[in-house]
Ligand binder design. Sequence first.
Ligand code: ADP
Ligand code: MG
Length: 356
Amino acid sequence: MKAAIISQGSVSSKLTKEAMERYFDEVTAIDVKELEINISGDDADILYKGEALGKYDCIYAKGSYRFSQALRSLSTILKGYSYMPVEPEAFTVAHDKLLTQLLLQTQGIPMPKTYISTTVDAARKILSNMNYPIILKFPQGTHGKGVLFADSYGSASSILDALTALKQSFLIQEYVDTGSSDIRAFVVGDKVVASMVRKSAVGEQRSNVHMGGHAESINLDKKSQEIAVKAAKATGAEICGVDILPGPKGPLVIETNISPSVQGITKYSGVDVANEIAKHLYERTKSFVSVRKEKHKKEIMEELNNTGNLITNLDFKASRIILPEIATNYSKITSDDQVELKMEKGKISISKLDIN
Ligand SMILES: Nc1ncnc2c1ncn2[C@@H]1O[C@H](COP(=O)(O)OP(=O)(O)O)[C@@H](O)[C@H]1O
Ligand SMILES: [Mg+2]
């Protein structure tokens, strides 16, 4: 089976590709920046480096929010042809924290109270009714860079003015006191395969490792595991990094990452996460391919019954043509029959001779 990993070429993606090579016959790394998608009324083409994208049984596509539209388009077009662990919608939802929270809400997944406003006045009103500290967050921030902390109405109000002047959209969120830590649960398929707790650096509220935080392995409780798997399912991703705040009233999901890094979690949890991903991709691709084959067979039979025509490639043994079994069954020609072969350039026809 052939697989491809579409990514920005990070170390994580390279590790995942290497692990996939242990399972698949062939694994191709595709640079997301070199993809081009052309859609028209009756056609949709995906080009890679200017040429038609090859055919793959499995495509694991990932990339930052800058590529969310391209990846959503690609997976919409290829759905049904290749097995893909991430649903098309997930590429746009998971890269927007507001859409993520809305989706999690509809699935009853616990999360911090989150507010959205359409005017500055409405936002100020929300801010005046909140208990401090609070969090203000950019919908598309990553690595902790779009997370702002305000410890009073005064500071929240001036942050609000700055965000408004910059035309930056944001959400307002209750601050969850976790002692400055959060949990990354790495979901593959129906289970959490690895998890770690991240603790923020002294004087820092955000526990991202990119923000100087450090991480360690954790034995995640059953409830958090269930919530993480549910959040990944709601997002539409079989491979998903779920961020959970262990709040005083229980675990709360703040984010689902569909392009999660495997390096840190592998180091801290001691689990070979890339291998878990590769194994899962392989098993799922195997069943996808067998269902696809059955479907293809059925389609061929339908086509044959309607027209008696079959469009296919031929098998050759040395220089002899082996016809598909379906041709024998459909024509009812047996080894006892005498046949007439008519040949010309680009054409062969076989007719049973009526001996009587
Ligand atoms: N509501 C919150 N309460 C307390 N801390 C938060 C809250 N939201 C985010 N944080 C802190 O900020 C970090 C980054 O937030 P997150 O929403 O995961 O954005 P990013 O995509 O930048 O990682 C979290 O890991 C957590 O430490
Ligand atoms: Mg995060």
